[in-house]
Design a protein around this ligand. Sequence first.
Ligand SMILES: *[C@@H]1O[C@H](CO)[C@@H](O)[C@H](O)[C@H]1NC(C)=O
Ligand SMILES: *[C@@H]1O[C@H](CO)[C@@H](O)[C@H](O)[C@H]1NC(C)=O
Ligand SMILES: *[C@@H]1O[C@H](CO)[C@@H](O)[C@H](O)[C@H]1NC(C)=O
Length: 261
Amino acid sequence: MALQLFIIFALSLLLGIASAIDVFRGMEFGYSGHNGPDKWGKLNPTFSPCSTGKRQSPINIQRNLTVHNKLLKPLTRNYESANATLVNRGYSVGVRFEESPGDLWINDKNYTLQQFHWHLPAEHHIEGQRFAAELHMVHRAADNSAVVVSMLYHESKADPLFSMIMEGLKHLGKENTEVPLGTLNINELNRRPRKYYTYVGSLTTPPCTENVIWIILGKVMSISKEQITTLDSPLNSHCKKNARPCQPLNGREVDMYDELN
Ligand SMILES: *[C@@H]1O[C@H](CO)[C@@H](O)[C@H](O)[C@H]1NC(C)=O
Ligand SMILES: *[C@@H]1O[C@H](CO)[C@@H](O)[C@H](O)[C@H]1NC(C)=O
Ligand SMILES: *[C@@H]1O[C@H](CO)[C@@H](O)[C@H](O)[C@H]1NC(C)=O
């Protein structure tokens, strides 16, 4: 009897540990297999917008479906030098700012640049075309709402912004490691884009939170093959290609700003 009780006790303890591990595992998402993008919504209750959301990102931008909106304002940015840290989150590599590098004003709201990170290959498509890489510059307002400014890259010559952090990347280790970059000057990015697309979507990684304002710059930049390889190497093995597939538009409007007409 005592032995039977002990076995029951031991079993329930083991099951308890197993389910605790499951919860922990569930937090991990990847880009293929059992924790790939089509499974994200089930990995954790807080990730449910990934499967049930109706305003998800990224999307394929089709020019014949965009609305040329003459009420849209030019995108003006005032980024300056700021103290920054290179971060490997395992599923992406990016730069976090320790102090504010500058703000973005949209719809009379002040959004501060907090971090930027890369996706390989690009997540947003234009006319069904996929590019080599995409940079997401994540801005947040005091109420935590987000604006992401996105730049698409094709593979060609080296990107100057990326060149500034190349040295730090060589010292970046595996998941959850950081390299201080000191003062990073990003005022190169202040140039006013002549063209951009904008729509309302979501974060492209769990928890896939919606009501994110997306601004995708019309000008495609270039990044070198060497830079792509360097960005790719610190990522977790199941996140080497960290692009979420395009999501349905579900009737959303995509607007276009064009300075020239
Ligand atoms: C828009 O263009 C795509 C090809 O890029 C085509 O498949 C689609 O039928 C077009 N839609 C409309 C409404 O013209
Ligand atoms: C940059 O931020 C880090 C982390 O907060 C800090 O340790 C470091 O002293 C800062 N460097 C400069 C130059 O302000
Ligand atoms: C925007 O918000 C940031 C961070 O809260 C603040 O430092 C900055 O002064 C604000 N900018 C303006 C123009 O109010």
